[in-house]
Write a protein that binds this ligand. Structure first.
Ligand SMILES: [Zn+2]
Length: 455
């Protein structure tokens, strides 16, 4: 049994049911689970570990609902700098397929460290390309090394160019091999318990890289084991053209026909949707991961965040892979979400009449992401949830003059590196540095892998 007392926050943002913001607040946790949250005087006087966060704002750990951590090896790839999704993918597929298991380890560490330094305590990764000996096990081991709560996907691609898909045949796998490995990974790793540090998701890549059979069989297997389902959907106009030409329906109708519009599913992007499809997501409990930077980077469009929120759709936030962002600052992504929703007011006023505020995007990045991942044990600082949190120094230059509303300041002002980031009551970042892994060594090794991959 070990106890943790966090105290003296300038303000503690709970994201609890009442959305309390507690001046001079803190919380008390036992074995990584919060027992009490409130003003300091209401908390126990001592604990095995005491963290004084004077001068800092404390927020619930951010939840990243879509990433491709291995893409930190191919940030800013010159051939993919100025391309829309399909051409961008074609520029990357073969490079990604050449990565090795040790490269995948460093990529996972770099991506998760970058996220933790921005306040993220739970990350979902959508890995779908397994060649050259790479397995999802490599990433799972790396996530355990750094200590970030991890939701890993055994993703897949099976529809190569010769069958009318987008990826080269050399980058796809046989469907029976995919399904056998999905079964293995779920059996070996999936932890459904409260506070689980590791869960598995089945995540075929997209309608244009996977067959309808694999979509159906993945859904059946996921439901047999109680794991969730994820894929890319409605990211670009090209995808819509693809499903209309091949199946005669829009992407959402295609997925609905495969049993993929349900409350155990969430889609990355969901930019190109109509009002009926938004209504369907809301009624079915289907979640969406909004990835604003990636959507801007690839000129994909502006997802209807305001309509999702107003319609009651579960929405989380994702940085997306580091080849289409090309950074993994999740607090910065919340800022992008707010700003992009405002741009939509200008370009499509009839589609988005209301302002989207700083607290709304913080909620999307915390509670929203937890709901998308189907979790009630993270996403807020309240009794019964995990002690996942981060802090920011409010005396930083970038916040100077903006402290009339410090909660909104962390979204409106330029994104900063966190002071502390803890997961399940354990430090991952202390005083702005990752403390679980020697990141200087990892970055050096990672850059060697990246250079070899591109060379
Ligand atoms: Zn993606």
């Amino acid at each position: 049994m070990s106890t943790l007392l966090v105290r003296n926050a300038h303000v503690l943002v709970t994201m609890d049911a009442a959305r309390r913001e507690i001046a001079g607040g803190g919380f008390f946790a036992r074995d990584g689970v919060i027992e009490a949250v409130g003003p300091d005087e209401s908390l126990p006087d001592s604990a095995d570990e005491v963290l004084d966060v004077s001068g800092q704002i404390v927020l619930p750990g951010l939840v990243n609902c879509h990433h491709h951590l291995d893409q930190t090896l191919t940030r800013n790839l010159p051939a993919g700098q100025d391309a829309e999704l399909f051409d961008w993918l074609k520029a990357h597929y073969r490079v990604w397929a050449r990565r090795s298991p040790p490269a995948s380890r460093t990529a996972t560490l770099v991506g998760l460290a970058e996220l933790a330094l921005s306040g993220c305590t739970t990350a979902f990764d959508h890995a779908y390309l397994f060649q050259n000996g790479c397995r999802v096990d490599d990433q799972i081991a790396a996530a355990a090394e750094i200590g970030v709560r991890f939701v890993a996907s055994r993703g897949s691609m099976s529809l190569g160019e010769s069958l009318g898909g987008l990826p080269p045949d050399s980058c796809v796998e046989r469907e029976d091999d995919i399904l056998a490995d999905c079964e293995r990974v779920i059996g070996r790793y999936h932890d459904a318990s409260h506070g689980a540090m590791l869960r598995i998701v089945l995540a075929p890549c997209s309608p244009f890289s996977v067959t309808d059979r694999l979509m159906r069989e993945s859904a059946a297997m996921a439901r047999a084991h109680g794991v969730r389902l994820h894929t890319h959907l409605c990211e670009t106009a090209d995808e819509e053209v693809f499903t209309l030409a091949k199946f005669g329906v829009r992407p959402v109708e295609y997925m609905a026909g495969l049993g993929w519009v349900d409350d155990d599913v969430w889609f990355a992007h969901a930019v190109k949707v109509n009002d009926a499809e938004i209504g369907l997501f809301a009624r079915c409990g289907t979640g969406v991961c909004h990835c604003p930077s990636s959507n801007m980077r690839l000129a994909s469009g502006i997802a209807p965040l305001r309509k999702y929120l107003d319609g009651g759709v579960k929405v989380g936030l994702g940085v997306d892979g580091s080849a289409s962002n090309d950074g993994g600052h999740l607090l910065g992504e919340a800022r992008q979400a707010m700003l992009l929703a405002r741009l939509k007011l200008a370009v499509e006023p009839e589609a988005a009449r209301l302002w989207t505020g700083a607290r709304e995007v913080l909620e999307v990045a915390t509670r929203g992401g937890a709901a998308v991942l189907g979790r009630d044990d993270i996403g807020a600082l309240e009794a019964g949830r995990c002690a996942d949190f981060f802090t920011l120094d409010l005396d930083a230059i970038g916040y100077a003059g903006g402290l009339a509303d410090p909660v909104a300041a962390v979204v409106f002002c330029a994104p900063r590196t966190v002071r502390h980031c803890w997961v399940h009551g354990r430090p991952v970042v202390t005083d702005g540095r990752v403390v679980t892994v020697d990141m200087a060594l990892v970055v050096e090794e990672h850059n060697r892998h990246a250079a070899a991959l591109i060379g």
